[in-house]
Design a protein. Structure first.
Lengths: 297, 531, 334
């Protein structure tokens, strides 16, 4: 019992320490701020977007942004090829990007951690088999593997997310396994085992919390990578399907207008870049704050 | 950076002078890579553009810019009174091309013709299966295995074709790309070298241009055939710059990197038309996009229901949204540029109220149906998904709930061909040879149920009429029969005919003498460039 | 050392078998029927369908098909493309030099800019130079490169007209491929301006493909340098009054480069993923675009063979990196 309270205390002070280090990095704070903004935009999309994302306005096709010659105040960032408001589509698109990030990371972390724990804890042939399977996944370029997987599952947002999660899986498995292997023979684990803790308790309650730091950092990286990969798949026509206002899909649709209407190409990409950049800034901050040892990797 | 750009520009200019002084080069930005160079093995227009059109000739040819059949390698021909025997007199002194990979020792003769068709029909010909998985699909698609009894060599300059039954479209079939005449001497040499596959990689024929080189997925090069029997071409070099992306193709055209660019995106057409340095040609395509009801499935087995649904479709708005500036409304199953097209046909008029009443009268209430939308853009339907959504909205107005379904393209073709499929299918067709038979028989006859007849519509009287029309050769009489067939079709309404699309081809204003092919291919014989 | 290489190879074999199995299985799982895909819109008669099923061996039990396939792979037969009817291996050999040329240019660009940027940032740690460099690196790292490529095309090819729109060399030049590398072949051909033309076609795609590796290398170099600069012997060297250039250039950089070299080697997977997008945008006739096209055209043998070849190359490169790392750093040899 005393063990548990000790850990709790440690965690609390750890949180304070973490926040202290995290806020010391200007980039991380900016990243957090922008990311929070994107989250708010996604949540309140129906309230703030000036138009519906799917409504086509046949008389307002390819209107330039409001500040340009011929721009229209009603369409701040212009309209696309079928007269939809780009700003509104970008606002609604933030929902998809965040959703993609959350789902992919959730799937990859949950399954990756479980598989990694098992591999690391059980060891032996099971460990070897799992790690060879992970090697196989890692042997393919991630985007190519995701592309073929989506072709198998059928194009669509959900399938794209599953494919990306699968491609991300080995990183979490390896990380968890490595952490478990170092932790498993430490005194506190051995102590718990002697005290009669079951394997599940050992794995999830005793060992796992002590491997969290690198996992959180990796999860942040995976979050931004998932958004990029989903956008790339959408761009190749294998992700979210039109008319979904997913940013990558918007770019794919916009491609045919690159010489006529730069705005339909520029803004969705900018939205992707800003969101991913914010998350990566946060990720750097998290890494520095969570584990000074990881600072340099 | 600026200096570098200047340097690049200067060097490009210098070398431009260096090469253009003695050669006229036409660059065509094509939409994709050819599958190979043996036109017999292919069904794709991209492959024909790159193989049969420049490199080969056929016994008979389509006159440039028309679907009229004119003499090609056959100078003349006679048809026996019963319509069963065709005798072709071959042109003399026609030379096969001389290239760095083959030098012919003899002129074109009857052996080449026999070889060409024997390799398609005779399972024992070594060239019948020389390409793994390659198939002479067009030959069998045009029902030639059933129609042709034999090809015989009478003498070096005469060949005789015997049919099992009279067939009016036969000459047009022989003008098609798959019937391109190959060199037997070249094929024999490749067989002796154990390198038969080269026949599909380095083509050699009698055509206006000689194949020079193909760099996969990038460039195909040809030069004018100096020995061409119809005279050397005005341009010296022909280059296909393979550019799959429509936007990039148009950019290259504008940048002067190519002279002719295929298949512009509909959105770019107004901009291209506004460009003074370009000519934009357009022509109605030989195609049709339609919605085929499954006429074996209730309630679509009732004519009134099909008619009512046809009246509920607002084709005008479909045209604007799916074919912006590149289509016209279809009322017949064959396109208006085809002979025997019945201009008198009256289209179902758009009238949702009347349609609703008709459905009620037919006892159809709360109908739920599926509409199939193909997952790919086709020449006859650039955006099936959007079309399905519009029809869905139209049908909702008459109380019919539509679920849009789609499958992987290959799956789609397979499932839609099955007469047991559920609902109505968006489909289409592009003509092969300019004969009306090429539309009505594969798409609407009883024999085509289970393959091309996606409405699974078997109307005895219709099938008989089109069968008869294919057997006689008098064009006036055939026209009458096809007009009759169109009337039956319209009365029975197995399809909602939606649209015929336009074929748009932008090119540099310097290109002279280009004629658009109604069959949708791209030919550069007879074309010139103004310096 | 020898046993270390052997051990690595031993790990590689089950992975490679796994890769063949995955590539094989994927194709069987892809929706759609390969024979229907071959036949196209006009369909195929049931009789001919059966013939083709037999010809391709699709009627055999799955396991037997797999062993047939494996035997083919070991004999260098990766099947025949459905669309072009040419051997997959021959197509790959034709197209791979284009990808390789682009990748080499990109990695040179990434190393040439990334290492100095990382070193400068580490030396000037905390200064505005460091912040600007690392900020830029993070932007590069976060870049959706397909969009980046489109922007560069709009600006440099469309607006300024400085660079060509797509392709590997101006259509004016024509010479037979000798090495498959346009830069080298253009020199061999001796045609005036050909080299410059080939180089100008490479500029934008290389920049796009180099973006992410450049960012990764710059960040990695900086942190490796920081670590080394903090170590005793460097401090000692500094305190002895050695010129900063000597300290940084000779002592620190040499040691810092070890992990950086590994990073560079591991970028091959990133490069291949990037090549898929870059080649698609620039119509670059390489294996990346070839694979994307094959996935869309349902050209099963190409997807299968391409996956295998690309995975094989990545595995070999990773092995070489491992071995090289083992040479430099004996500790990892265990």
């Amino acid at each position: 019992m005393t063990d548990a309270t000790d850990i709790k205390l440690k965690q609390q002070s750890g949180l304070g320490e973490f926040w202290y280090y995290f806020t010391r990095s200007k980039g991380a704070v900016i990243g957090l701020f922008v990311f929070a903004l994107v989250v708010l935009i996604a949540i309140f999309a129906p309230l703030i977007s000036p138009h519906m994302p799917d409504v086509q306005n046949q008389s307002m096709i390819l209107q330039p942004p409001a500040w340009m010659n011929g721009g229209n105040g009603a369409f701040l960032l212009g309209t696309d090829a079928v007269g939809r408001d780009i700003l509104s589509r970008l606002i609604y698109g933030s929902r998809f990007s965040l959703f993609i990030g959350v789902v992919v990371v959730a799937i990859a972390v949950a399954s990756g951690v479980i598989i990694g724990l098992i591999a690391g804890y059980v060891g032996g042939w099971l460990d070897a088999a799992i790690m060879r399977v992970m090697d196989v996944i890692l042997a393919f370029p991630s985007l190519l593997l995701a592309l073929v997987l989506v072709a198998i599952l059928g194009p669509g947002l959900m399938n794209a997310m599953i494919a990306i999660a699968l491609v991300d899986l080995p990183h979490f498995v390896r990380l968890t396994r490595a952490a478990v292997m170092t932790e498993k023979n430490k005194d506190y684990v051995v102590g718990s085992r002697v005290a009669g803790a079951g394997w599940a308790r050992l794995m999830f309650i005793t060992i796992l919390p002590n491997c969290l730091a690198p996992l959180i950092v990796q999860a942040t990286l995976a979050f931004s990578a998932a958004i990029l990969d989903a956008a790339a798949l959408g761009f190749l026509g294998m992700g979210a399907q039109p008319p979904t206002p997913e940013w990558g899909t918007m770019l794919a649709e916009a491609r045919e207008f690159i010489q006529r209407a730069w705005w339909v190409v520029t803004f969705p990409g900018l939205a992707i870049l800003i969101t991913v950049l914010a998350i990566n800034l946060m990720g750097d901050g998290l890494r520095d704050a969570l584990d000074p040892k990881l600072k340099r990797s | 950076m600026k200096k570098l750009a200047l340097l690049l520009a200067a060097s490009a200019l210098a070398s431009a002078f260096a090469t253009s002084a003695w050669s006229k080069t036409l660059v065509y930005c094509s939409e994709g890579s050819p599958e190979g160079f043996d036109p017999g093995l292919s069904e794709s227009g991209t492959t024909f553009d790159a193989s049969s059109k420049p490199v080969y000739n056929r016994l008979v040819e389509f006159k440039r810019g028309t679907t009229d059949v004119v003499p090609g390698l056959a100078e003349s021909w006679t048809i026996s009174p019963d319509g069963l025997v065709y005798t072709f007199k071959l042109r003399k002194g026609v030379k096969f091309q001389t290239t760095d990979f083959f030098t012919p020792t003899r002129d074109f003769n009857a052996d080449d013709v026999i070889f060409t068709f024997d390799r398609m029909s005779n399972k024992d010909n070594p060239y019948h299966t020389y390409v793994n998985g390659g198939d002479y699909t067009y030959y069998s698609d045009m029902s030639l295995p059933k129609l042709i009894t034999s090809w015989e060599k009478v003498d070096d300059n005469t060949v005789k074709l015997t049919l099992t039954s009279p067939n009016a479209p036969m000459l047009a079939d022989l003008a098609m790309d798959f019937a391109s005449v190959m060199s037997k001497e070249y094929a024999d040499k490749l067989a002796a070298d154990k390198n038969m596959i080269q026949l599909n990689q380095k083509p050699l024929g009698t055509g206006p241009f000689t194949f020079v080189a193909y760099q996969q997925d990038a460039v195909i090069r040809y030069k004018a055939n100096p020995d061409y029997w119809d005279g050397k071409q005005k341009i010296d070099d022909l280059v296909f710059a393979i550019t799959p992306d429509a936007a990039v193709r148009m950019q290259r055209l504008k940048a002067g990197e190519c002279h002719v660019a295929n298949a512009p995106a509909p959105a770019d057409i107004p901009g291209l038309k506004g460009d003074k340095s370009l000519t934009v040609m357009e022509q109605p395509g030989l195609n049709i996009g339609y919605l085929a009801y499954n006429t074996t499935q209730p309630p679509f087995d009732k004519v009134e229901v099909r008619k009512a649904l046809n009246m509920a479709i607002n084709k005008k708005s479909i045209l604007e949204a799916v074919y912006p500036g590149i289509g016209e409304i279809a009322k017949n199953p064959i396109p208006p540029t085809m002979w025997s097209y019945d201009t008198k046909t009256e289209d179902d008029k758009y009238d949702p109220a009347a349609a609703k009443a008709m459905l009620e009268k037919a006892g159809v209430k709360d109908l739920k149906m599926k509409i199939w939308a193909m997952p790919v853009a086709r020449p006859y339907n650039p955006n099936a998904r959007r079309m399905a959504e519009l029809i869905q909205a139209d049908f909702a107005k008459v109380g019919v709930a539509v679920e849009i379904v789609s499958y992987d393209w290959t799956q789609y073709l397979k499932l839609a061909a099955d007469p047991k499929h559920d609902g109505a299918v968006l489909a289409g067709w592009t003509g092969d040879n300019g004969d009306p038979d090429n539309f009505v028989t594969p798409l609407l006859s009883c024999d085509a149920v289970g393959s091309g007849n996606k409405a699974a519509w078997c109307d005895k009287s219709f099938s008989e009429v089109v069968k008869k029309a294919a057997e006689i050769s008098d064009k006036a009489e055939r026209t009458k029969l096809y007009e009759h067939a169109q009337a039956i079709f319209k009365a029975q309404a197995p399809w909602a005919t939606i649209a015929h699309s336009l074929v748009v081809l932008p090119m540099s204003a310097k290109v002279k003498g280009y004629l658009q092919d109604p069959l949708g291919s791209h030919r550069f014989d007879g074309v010139d460039i103004e310096e | 050392m020898f046993s270390f290489i052997l051990r690595r190879l031993g790990l590689l074999i089950p992975t490679f078998i796994g890769v063949t199995f995955v590539a094989f299985l994927f194709i069987r799982l892809l929706p759609g029927d390969p024979i229907i895909a071959m036949a196209g819109e006009r369909g195929v008669t049931p009789q001919r369908y059966q013939e083709l099923v037999q010809q391709f061996g699709f009627d055999k039990p799955m396991l037997l098909q797999y062993f047939d396939y494996l035997r083919g792979v070991l004999h260098g037969d990766l099947g025949t493309s459905i669309t072009t009817k040419r051997p997959v291996l021959a197509e790959f050999r034709n197209l791979f030099p284009a990808t390789l040329e682009l990748s080499i240019c990109a990695i040179i660009l990434a190393v040439a800019l990334g290492i100095p940027a990382g070193v400068i940032a580490a030396v000037k740690r905390g200064s505005w130079v460091d912040q600007a460099l690392m900020g830029t690196a993070l932007v590069g790292y976060s870049m959706p490169i397909f969009w980046w490529g489109l922007l560069l095309i709009i600006f440099f090819s469309g607006y300024l007209g400085w660079t060509p729109v797509s392709g590997r060399i101006s259509l004016m030049y024509f010479f037979p491929p000798v090495t498959g590398f346009m830069l080298i072949d253009s020199v061999i051909s001796g045609q005036k301006g050909a080299f410059l033309s080939a180089a100008s076609h490479l500029i934008l795609p290389s920049i796009v493909l180099a973006t992410i590796p450049l960012a990764v290398i710059a960040r990695q170099t900086r942190s490796a340098m920081l670590e080394v600069l903090g170590e005793d012997y460097v401090r000692t060297a500094r305190s002895k009054g050695l010129a900063p250039f000597r300290v940084i250039g000779i002592h620190a950089l040499r040691n810092a480069l070890i992990p950086v070299v590994t990073t560079i080697g591991l970028q091959i997977g990133v490069l291949m993923a990037g090549a898929i997008l870059t080649e698609t945008i620039f119509s670059w006739p390489g294996v990346g675009k070839w694979m994307v096209d094959a996935v869309f055209k349902r050209d099963y043998p190409v997807v299968q063979g391409g996956l295998l070849l690309i995975a094989g190359i990545i595995m070999i490169v990773n092995l070489l990196v491992d071995v090289a790392y083992g040479f430099i750093n004996p500790r990892v040899r265990k």
